[in-house]
Design a protein around this ligand. Structure first.
Ligand SMILES: [Zn+2]
Length: 113
C-alpha cells in the first residue's frame, strides 16, 4: 500500500532525527489525499512494539489543489492523483501536471525530557 510506504519513510526519518533518544511527540503535515485515520493506523502499525510506540502523533492536513483548463479549481482526493506529480481532473478527466508535493512532511520531532 502506497500510504504505508510513505509512513514507513516517515518513521525512518523520525528514528534518524531522534538518534536513539526517546521521542514524546511527532508533528507532521499530510496531504488530504491521505486520510488521517489511514496515516494514524499505519503509524501505529509501524511503530508497534518499538521505541516510538508511545509517541503522540500530531498531524495538520493540507489540500493538494488543481487548477484545470476546464475551470475546475479545487482540492484533489486520493483517487485523483497519479503518482507524485500527475492528477486527473475530477471535473473533466483531463490529465494534468501538479507540482510534486510530499504527501507527508515531517515538521517536528520533540524529544522526551
Ligand atoms: Zn478539468
Amino acid at each position: 500500500m502506497h500510504e504505508v510506504s510513505l509512513v514507513a519513510e516517515l518513521v525512518e526519518a523520525v528514528e534518524l532525527r531522534a538518534d536513539g533518544r526517546p521521542v514524546s511527540l511527532v508533528r507532521v503535515r499530510h496531504a488530504t489525499t491521505i486520510p488521517e485515520d489511514v496515516l494514524r493506523q499505519a503509524f501505529d502499525m509501524l511503530t508497534e512494539g518499538g521505541p516510538l510506540a508511545a509517541v503522540a502523533l500530531e498531524s495538520e492536513p493540507f489540500d493538494v489543489r488543481l487548477r484545470c483548463a476546464c475551470g475546475f479549481d479545487g482540492p484533489l482526493g486520493h483517487d485523483d492523483l497519479v503518482g507524485a506529480s500527475m492528477a486527473v481532473c475530477p471535473s473533466c478527466g483531463e490529465l494534468s501536471q501538479v507540482p510534486a508535493t510530499a504527501e507527508i512532511e515531517l515538521i517536528e520531532v520533540r524529544l522526551a525530557t
